[in-house]
Design a protein around this ligand. Structure first.
Ligand SMILES: [Zn+2]
Length: 492
């Protein structure tokens, strides 16, 4: 947003009461429609020229603080535990050998604690564990196994926003070729010491600052045994009713560099997001189909938000996220799916081009090919760029107002105008209504109308375009875009 636009907009907003403290709703792609409301008014609306989000100097500082040297140290340390196979917790010498997942887990905890100590105890270092039994036709556990996660909370400072929680995660377990082998070397430098390190580095740099909303730094185990740690954590936060909003999963973000490989692109990180929410019921899928929202899940809006953050803070050289409109790589999966299945917006970051000789392989050289997921194949500057994008996204989300509450597109009668309504959002001083063609991948910045109202009549027909609404504050922070759900006549 330009300074002038911001200033005018800010003045307009002074008389609006927005700071309504309310419990953050659990993120879900599907909400029940509210009762029909009165017809929209058009006051306080302002068509806008194309704008960029305002840059926040704090976010720029955070990006500068990310350290490739620290990242290298962390990845080398994590790779030094020999294996981090989840079932190595049951190895006879697990507690004393200094090797295996127990030692890695203790080190991760102590590292997070060190960052918290450095900010005067500003973060809570917690653990989450559960003994799981082998289940299913092809269990990846040999017997009862304690699957442990580490999560660290940087509490928000705004009473109206602190129940909103933004999560970054990576998995610290690793595997050899045989996923059931808890002794074979499995350095897992790229998969997924790199993602674990993104979580650690985000905690280190973000803990030097304060945010209105809460940020949670998670590292999970059990991924290679079937997403066990993330599934347990997603279930737990659902049961506890914690206000988790958005989840950034980093898995294989090492930017693999094999000597002689010319096909890797160290300027690109893929961001995968689901189209149809994994937890959608048949009725909800029917409605998604009837309204053409197959490309507008909360996870996809999160992916679009990440792309916008990268455009706002182009401090990455040529580094940019490539949005892939698919839940994960073809027929494959990761920890974000555990969150998707519980109805949370969650995306996956992965390097542009994976090298399968350096994934899930026992380190060895065969026919001149070096196998194994070793630190020497990791591009630490690349991981630093991924960490910067994650940190900038988390900071932007945690500085922003909450998104508009339950936006609805009124479809009470047939008409060519489009009426939208939403509830006031904590922290918002105004709203931006955007639209895009159904064939567009993202909402173009020029299609924006600003208002301090919580309803609007748009001249574009809902038959032809996709609408979205986001909250803004006086400093130009923006929420994620919410795409309205239809509000229909009862008898339909
Ligand atoms: Zn992985």
């Amino acid at each position: 947003m330009t300074k002038i636009a911001l200033f005018c907009f800010g003045l307009q907003m002074l008389n609006i009461s927005y700071a309504v403290a309310q419990k953050a709703p659990a993120a879900s792609g599907h909400r029940k429609s509210r009762k029909p409301a009165a017809a929209s008014s058009t006051k306080n609306h302002k068509e806008g020229a194309g704008t960029r989000a305002a840059k926040d100097p704090m976010v720029e500082e955070i990006m500068r603080e990310v350290s490739p040297q620290q990242i290298q140290k962390n990845i080398e340390k994590l790779a030094s535990f020999g294996t981090r196979n989840t079932i190595s917790i049951n190895n006879p010498d697990a507690q004393t050998s200094g090797k295996g997942i127990v030692a890695a887990y203790e080190w991760i905890k102590s590292e997070f604690q060190r960052y918290s100590d450095a900010c005067g105890g500003c973060m809570e270092v917690n653990t989450d564990e559960r003994v799981l039994e082998p289940t299913g036709p092809k269990p990846r556990l040999k017997g009862p196994t304690n699957v442990r996660n580490v999560y660290v909370i940087l509490r928000g400072t705004d009473p109206a926003l602190k129940n909103r929680i933004y999560v970054v995660t990576g998995h610290f377990d690793s595997r050899a070729k045989d996923v059931m082998d808890s002794n074979a070397p499995a350095p897992g430098a790229n998969d997924d010491a790199s993602g674990t390190t993104v979580s650690l580095e985000c905690a280190r740099v973000l803990s030097k600052h304060k945010f209105p909303a809460t940020i949670l730094f998670l590292t999970v185990s059990g991924e290679e045994q079937g997403l066990l740690g993330s599934a347990h954590f997603a279930k737990r936060v659902t049961e506890l009713g914690l206000g988790v909003q958005d989840v950034l999963n980093n898995d294989i973000v090492g930017g693999n560099r094999t000597p002689g490989d010319t096909k890797q692109n160290s300027n690109w990180v893929r961001v995968f997001s689901e189209g149809i929410p994994s937890n959608a019921t048949p009725d909800q899928i029917k409605e998604i189909r009837a309204t053409g929202r197959e490309n507008d899940s909360p996870s996809r809006e999160l992916a679009r938000y990440i792309a916008e953050v990268a455009r706002t803070y182009p401090g990455f050289g040529q580094f940019t996220p490539q949005l892939i409109f698919r839940r994960d790589r073809y027929l494959r999966g990761g920890d974000h799916i555990s969150f998707n299945e519980k109805g949370f917006a969650a995306v996956r970051f992965t390097e542009y081009r994976e090298d399968f000789h350096h994934q899930h392989e026992n380190p060895r050289t065969e026919n001149g090919i070096e196998y194994g997921d070793l630190p020497k194949f990791v591009d630490f500057n690349y991981v630093a760029n991924v960490a910067r994008l994650n940190a900038a996204t988390l900071a932007s989300l945690a500085l922003a107002p909450a998104p508009p509450v339950q936006p609805r597109l009124l479809a009470l009668e047939l008409e060519n105008d489009s009426k939208l309504e939403w509830g006031p959002a904590p922290g918002a001083t105004g709203y931006e209504v955007l639209w895009r063609k159904t064939t567009d991948a993202e909402f173009p910045e020029e299609n924006v109308t600003r208002t301090t109202d919580t309803k609007i009549v748009m001249p574009e027909s809902k038959d032809n375009v996709i609408f979205g609404v986001r909250s803004v504050d006086a400093k130009g922070h923006r929420s994620v875009i919410e795409v309205p759900e239809p509000e229909r006549k009862k008898e339909e």
